[in-house]
Write a protein that binds this ligand. Sequence first.
Ligand code: SF4
Length: 366
Amino acid sequence: MSQKKPANKGQKPSPAKLLKWYDRFRRVLPWRALPDETPDPYHVWLSEIMLQQTTVAAVGPYFRRFIERWPTLQALAAAELDEVFRMWAGLGYYRRARGLHACAQLLVAEQGGTFPRSEEELRKLPGLGPYTAAAVMAIAFDRRANVVDGNVERVMARLYAVQTPLPKAKADLRTLAEQLLPKARFGDYAQALMDLGATICTPRSPKCEACPWASACLARAQNCQQELPRREAKKAKPVRRAMAFVAFNERGAVFLRQRPETGLLASMIEVPSTPWEEKPLPPWPKARTKAPFSGRWRLLSGLVHHTFTHFDLELSVAIASLSKPALRAGQPKGKWVPVSKLKDQALPSVMRKILRHAQKQRQEGD
Ligand code: SF4
């Protein structure tokens, strides 16, 4: 690992100092146990799944609604997946909702509704990667676990002035975090690091003057904290394209269908579309032949854009108002949903964007 010469030789970051800071400044979060309470593993696990790729502010209301609707793991296991999807709508990355439900069912069916108490066993559960397993281990059970996410990587990179860029530096940053673990209070320590990264050692403008580790921080001593962690230049994401078809029946309901059970947005409700591919779309009259119904399809102006983790999606949208005879001629598998009920559907954000685009231009054009 490439490090500049320590400017504050002899100083070592002290876990005890961080814990002392945490005792004073800890954040109050809906899923976090108070100092005199025992953490509820269900709350810890649920919040950690929700917090994957999502901010604390966005997760708060979802967490409260989930706990109110399904106060226990058993209640969540007994829920319909479709309702879980509906309650999840807006949080994105729906695979997490599916994993959440599958995990609750598995734990209830095979583990008596309790979480295993080893990181290795936790990692075998649906939706629990190394980070989440470590977080549950530390926070729910106060066991020694190295809980390293992007926030912790940033703190470590600064604390030790690691100049190697991410993602190459990941393993080294993990080792540094591991070496700093305290001998007790593992749950508090993991949460203290999270709080430090979220409130003090923030990506931009870290508040070093309020940091409990300021005197031991090499990046601060070298005045390079704003530059760390370094990152390798990101490759541009590929662009996939498709044509989405929004069909309205004579009562103004929209045709929706279920996506395949595997792959991206598995089993979610969708607007029919052509496959999402990197090649250009065929010219409009030809693309019309891919529509789920024959009818007078109209290509809308503009495009719908959506970003997924590994690609950007660019959608052209066509709409049609279909009469009864046209519908009788071909009825693909799916359902007709009145526009007023669309909000109750477990629709991924990209599908909501398509429907908004279609409804707006339908109102303007009809
Ligand atoms: S002193 Fe500043 S850069 Fe260093 S760990 Fe603390 S907040 Fe981060």
